[in-house]
Write a protein that binds this ligand. Sequence first.
Ligand code: CTP
Length: 403
Amino acid sequence: MNLQDKNILLGVTGGIAAYKTLELTRLLRKAGANVWPVMTKSAGEFITPLSLSTLAGNPANSSLFNDRGSISHIDLADRADLIVIAPATANIIGKAASGIADDLLSTLVMAANSPVLIAPAMNDRMYDNPIVAKNIEKLATLGYLFVGPGVGELACGYEGRGRLAPVDEIFEAIEDALSPKDLEGEKILITAGATRENIDPVRYLTNGSSGAMGYAIAREAKRRGAHVVLISGSSTTKPPYGITHLRVESAEDMSRAVERSYADSTCIIMAAAVSDYRPSETSPEKIKKADGPPSIELLPTTDILKGLGEKKEKRLLVGFALETSDLIENAKRKLEEKKLDLVIANEPTAIANEKNRVAIISPHGEVEETEELDKREIAKKIVDRVAELVKKNTKYKITPLLT
Ligand code: CTP
């Protein structure tokens, strides 16, 4: 998501976590957004309007009326692409849920015609209070968006749920809220990461995949409104929030996990680096050096994607092709053999690299070659193509089976 020139009205209420909003403001500005801060009176007890307005590059408003005589809440509400309240106390949540507009921020929330994203932060007992829970439920039903709260040490010294969501999660939720929802209603199954085939309790066959490409696709698809199930082998990447994340180890584990989930999916994207072979047996004991060099017999694993191609019915199927030579030719062959709707061809430099360069190939022979880009940018291009297919082609919409 590109935040360039987006107008974000950033509401700050009175909580100890208000200092984290300064970092959020900095990140939003860095991403090119215009930040319009609004503070409640009690927010001023925790951070100063000067620090917030300096970082935002816009005045931190707190009064319902400004000295030019125009009503600033209408100005601000009209300007906003998104209203974010971080941290949001039980008080502002209660006011929003009850339609109370008695200061600038609560009035803006009432006057909003943009989405409102709320990042609650409060004491755990307040958060667990059924009145607060009902208020959150009511707002969520009305379409208000929420991020967090997280679990951890609270300012009152207790451990519990109520901590402001981490700033990077709030930032991600802002990007989500501002993204087009062109995959709404789609159920996308994505695989990522490297599988691990055990030789003995301490040794295994694997590859260097970090999972970053598949995770970035999962994040982008979720952002665009899809319901995402991510089945991942070994990966060092943090899973995006708001998706179903399953961990597996071997190619056979991944195959079984895909088998359980694919029927319910409208689209499957196999980004995992699946091992083609596994040892015919796993030694229960560590293989000892003194026994001499072992010879390890290998057996083929299940080709998960090929199997899906055989029974894809109306599902959209996207695969990857990793090639050291004849990139496009080899990828086209995999597209055909595995009955894919798109294949993403890439080279080994993609492995464990934050950047990638790919060719996106369709069955009609169209080849879209990208330059070297951050994997999040590549994920966006892939998901754009998936969304185009979804829009053009309703053939794979799944009618639930009655059996
Ligand atoms: N794949 C799979 N199951 C396997 C091996 C690969 O589902 N056992 C999937 C990968 O996730 C990828 C696609 O098949 O989407 C192509 O994987 P790749 O490793 O490029 O090719 P292979 O089919 O393994 O063929 P080769 O190793 O001969 O290039």
